[in-house]
Design a protein. Structure first.
Length: 269
């Protein structure tokens, strides 16, 4: 008799209920995990906390925040605003952040001794300079369930808006980032800058660094704000995108090897 081999995975696991062609985030809102990295926060040049016991807390599915044990915070920087409040993760008290000649109202939330984040402090990110070990981090903690790869390619990529070609290349760099559609980074010599207008916008990314420039797109009399960007000095992990230009797939039309891609629905749509 021929032995019967059972499927390792149920057959329905390959089915998808949407048109995504990229993996979604592995973590959900409300997840809490230990962070193995040393995390420090500075107000000006003064250290507010230094911990090896931070927690990753997912307030949204896309990325976590760091919550810091109160025992590792220099409490002289905290001023209780006498404003108890119950929020997503439990009862808390709002504090001002005071020091280095600065006062930032409602910049820290201390959670009471009850609930999943009891005894932890949640700081407003942009009030401090943050470090993992000895490396600065920007925007928010890097998601431990995300991967970001910049890969050179010879796919033919054409970017259009309302029938106007904005870029056309056969040598893009493809940036694969968990939870987001593939970003196609294009050499400036393959970009039609006559349709682009410089924008003062600047954004921070913990995986790529700080943008060096943004452009809006003009088609006829209509200006579409902040559709393209570049990093002149990206973080080392994505060095191949240096000086190249990317566009929001969500807001225009991308054709790859002759196939028009659907505009994805993301937090940037």
């Amino acid at each position: 008799m021929t032995p019967r081999v059972l499927d390792t995975f149920p057959r329905h696991h390959v089915c998808m209920t949407d048109e995504r062609d990229y993996p979604q985030m592995a973590a959900a809102r409300g997840r809490i995990e230990p962070a193995p990295r040393r995390v420090r926060g500075f107000l000006g040049h003064e250290m507010v906390f230094d911990t090896t016991a931070a927690r990753y807390v997912w307030e949204v599915p896309y990325y976590p925040q760091y919550y810091i044990p109160l025992a590792d915070v220099r409490t002289e920087f905290l001023r209780d605003e006498d404003h108890p409040q119950k929020v997503q993760f439990g009862q808390s008290r709002v504090h001002s952040l005071v020091g280095a000649g600065q006062t930032h109202a409602s910049a820290a939330r201390v959670f009471d001794e009850d609930g999943p984040v009891a005894g932890l402090v949640r700081f407003e990110w942009d009030r401090l300079r943050w470090f993992e070990e000895d490396e600065p981090i920007y925007g928010h903690p890097r998601n431990p369930y995300s991967r970001v790869d910049a890969v050179r390619s010879h796919r033919h990529v054409c970017v259009q808006l309302d029938g106007v070609v904005l870029a056309d290349t056969a040598a893009p760099v493809l940036l694969f980032e968990t939870g987001l559609p593939t970003r196609y980074y294009i050499d400036p010599t393959d970009v039609a800058f006559e349709h682009l207008e410089p924008s003062p916008t600047e954004t921070l990314c913990p995986y790529k660094g700080t943008t060096s420039g943004y452009w809006s797109v003009r088609v006829g009399d209509t200006v579409h704000a902040d559709l393209a960007w570049t990093y002149h000095y990206p973080l080392p992990a994505v060095a191949p995108i240096a000086g190249m230009v990317a566009f929001y797939n969500e807001k225009l039309d991308v054709v790859v090897d002759g196939v028009s891609l659907a505009r994805p629905k993301t937090q940037f749509s």
